[in-house]
Design a protein around this ligand. Structure first.
Ligand SMILES: *Cc1c(COP(=O)(O)O)cnc(C)c1O
Length: 409
């Protein structure tokens, strides 16, 4: 569709009002009406990240010599992440534009590490079925094979995964937690396989990396998954999820700086010589780096502990409420995601009812179940959600049209 650019520009106030009117049909996320896409830690956090983003919106992380400020902020953000995840001396990492970016870069590092070690065939990734499709995307881009292994009680089945590993396996994957069910895979078992077979074990903590450490500080006993587990070589942990930072910010962490070397690009030559970049990106938005630095320092450990306590409180309220309505919670979620199924109701029909009531939430197709990714804000709206859930059950079967469930609709 051609949309001709207006020949004369418009003043900002007019554009702002047009944009606000375009947003009027968007989900009311500030009221906590969405169980995906947005992490709502409150208006004060939103103000801080926007101000920090604006302060550095023109600066470019591609140029650390020109912008030592951004290089320093990135180093500090990565250092905070390494500390929270108990990385050993000699560990290193960097910021990327998001979880998918971190995962693709981790796979690239593992592939080039394997090649440096003599692997010459088509590499393969061994993942549980619950691993994020970003691993599949990475495999498509790098012509790798992906071997998706069925789970056991919804968790990675280390024994079954070991059985499909071979000399060309470049990476073993688990999630902390997986997105569909919010469950932390058994990393002690995956680590035992990785150490026995000398394999690269990656933890996808995109949605848990900035949540689990604080939930643990608040007293929960979680399965071990971070660098305290000996076989873990790399971890992806998103700032723009439970780190509550502006979108476009994730971290990728390596146990050893030597592993990180395999991630870097040394491209060219072209007329300007070689182009050395840490990630696929050329231009890297300074705003995303600055906002991440600002939010981490604005909240600090105490701030995160308080926000993450609200997430757990919301999850516990939802769990109790859905059980009263006859749902079965899938597995034992301990972080911010919960999925639940009903033996005598059609979950997709209930999802449509929720959608009609203004809730944008996700669902799993296998097993059919409703899915929520909870924010601190949800502690305030759990009761309203449960009331609308009950009402949606009553009229389940109503065929309100809605897009197919799933991501990116
Ligand atoms: C969100 C998520 C990703 C992908 O991150 P994006 O920032 O959306 O690219 C990967 N893995 C898990 C477990 C996630 O929850």
């Amino acid at each position: 569709m051609h949309v001709p650019l207006p020949s004369a520009g418009s003043p900002w106030p007019e554009l702002e009002s047009r944009m606000r009117s375009m947003a009027s049909g968007d989900v009311k996320w500030r009221d906590g009406r969405t169980g995906l896409y947005v992490f709502n830690a409150g208006e004060d956090v939103e103000r801080v990240k926007k101000a920090a983003y604006a302060l550095f919106s023109e600066e470019n992380g591609l140029g650390p010599a020109a912008f030592p400020s951004l290089a320093r902020m990135e180093r500090e953000v990565v250092g905070h992440a390494l500390t929270l995840l108990h990385a050993p001396e000699g560990a290193d990492g960097l910021m990327t534009s998001g979880g998918t970016d971190s995962i693709v870069m981790a796979v690239k590092a593992a592939r080039d590490f394997a090649r440096a070690g003599g692997m010459s065939g088509q590499g393969n990734l061994v993942t549980p079925l619950t691993a994020h499709p970003a691993f599949h995307k990475a495999a498509m881009m790098m012509d790798l094979e992906i071997r998706r292994v069925p789970t056991k009680n919804l968790l990675a089945d280390a024994e079954a995964m070991e059985a499909v590993c071979d000399a060309n396996t470049i990476m073993l994957v688990g999630s902390a937690p997986c997105f569909p069910f919010g469950l932390i895979d058994p990393f002690e078992e995956l680590s035992a396989v990785a150490l026995r077979k000398n394999l690269w074990l990656h933890v996808d903590a995109c949605v848990g990396g900035f949540l689990a450490p604080f939930v643990e500080m608040n007293g929960a006993v979680l399965p071990a998954w971070d660098f305290r587990v000996a076989g873990v070589r790399s971890i992806s942990s998103d700032l723009h999820k439970y780190g509550y930072c502006s979108k476009g910010a994730s971290t990728l962490l390596f146990r050893d700086a030597a592993m990180k070397q395999h991630m870097l690009f040394d491209a060219g030559p072209w007329p300007m010589g070689r182009m050395l970049t840490p990630t696929l990106a050329g231009t890297r938005p300074g705003g995303a780096i600055a906002a991440a630095w600002a939010v981490l320092n604005y909240l600090g450990i105490e701030g995160y502990r308080a926000k993450q306590a609200l997430v757990v409180q919301a999850r516990e309220a939802i769990e109790a409420g859905v059980r009263k309505l006859g749902f079965r919670v899938l597995g034992v979620p301990q972080l911010g995601i919960v999925s639940f199924t009903h033996d005598s109701f059609d979950c997709m029909a209930i999802l449509r009812g929720l959608y009609a009531r203004g809730w944008i939430t996700a669902a799993n197709v296998d097993p059919p179940s409703l899915h929520l990714m909870l924010s601190p804000k949800h502690a305030e709206v759990a009761d309203a959600y449960l009331a609308d859930l009950a009402a949606s059950m009553e009229d389940a079967g109503d065929a309100t049209p809605m897009p197919a469930p799933g991501y990116g609709r």
